[in-house]
Design a protein. Structure first.
Length: 178
C-alpha cells in the first residue's frame, strides 16, 4: 500500500476501514484507531447511525477527533535520517491526553538509545520519566517515526529537536523535543 502524507489509510476500501476501526477498538490500538477515524471523517462516507457508532467508539477509546493528526503525519514523513540503520538511537512520539478538560491532545517528541516501546514503558513506570508522558501518555504513535529509526545518536537528537519545532510551528501542541 502506498502511504499518502497525512492519510496512511487512504487506499483502504470503506469496508476495510470499518474493519480496521473495529479491530483497533477491540485491540485498544489508539494510534490505528485515531488514524482510521480521521480517514473516515475525511471521506465523509460515514453518516447517520454509523457516524454515531463511530463517535461512541471514540469516546469508549478515550479519543475525540485529533484535528492536527494528518498534519503531524505529513510533517513527520518529510524527515529523513541520513544514518538510518547505522545506529541504535531512535526518535519517538507519544500521544498525550489533554492536560485539562476542553483543551487539545498534545504530542511528546523524544529520542532514546532504547527501543521506543521500552522507553515508553520506562516513562509510564516513572523511571527517568517525563512527567507529561508518565501522567498523560496514551500510546506511541509509530507512524510518525518508524520510517526514521534506528539512527546514530547525534542525528536522533537533531531530528528530535527539529521535528518538535516543525510540528509546533504548524500549531501542534508539543512537549519534549529538547
Amino acid at each position: 500500500m502506498t502511504e499518502r502524507p497525512g492519510r496512511p489509510f487512504f487506499e483502504l476500501t470503506t469496508r476495510e476501514l470499518r474493519g480496521q476501526i473495529e479491530a483497533a477498538t477491540k485491540d485498544q490500538d489508539r494510534e490505528t484507531f485515531a488514524f482510521s477515524v480521521a480517514e473516515a471523517q475525511h471521506r465523509r462516507e460515514v453518516k447517520g447511525p454509523d457516524l454515531l457508532a463511530l463517535e461512541m467508539a471514540a469516546v469508549e477509546q478515550g479519543l475525540v477527533a485529533i484535528p492536527w493528526l494528518e498534519t503531524a503525519h505529513a510533517i513527520a514523513l518529510d524527515f529523513e535520517a541520513e544514518t538510518k540503520g547505522k545506529g541504535r538511537a531512535s526518535v519517538y512520539a507519544v500521544l498525550l491526553e489533554p492536560p485539562e478538560y476542553g483543551t487539545k491532545y498534545e504530542l511528546y517528541i523524544g529520542e532514546t538509545a532504547l527501543s521506543p516501546t521500552a522507553r515508553f514503558k520506562r516513562h509510564k513506570s516513572g523511571h527517568k520519566a517525563s512527567r507529561h508522558v508518565r501522567d498523560r501518555g496514551l500510546c506511541l504513535m509509530p507512524r510518525l517515526f518508524r520510517h526514521l529509526n534506528p539512527m546514530k545518536r547525534h542525528e536522533a537528537r537533531e531530528i528530535e529537536a527539529t521535528l518538535a519545532e516543525a510540528l509546533a510551528e504548524n500549531g501542534i501542541p508539543i512537549r519534549g523535543g529538547h
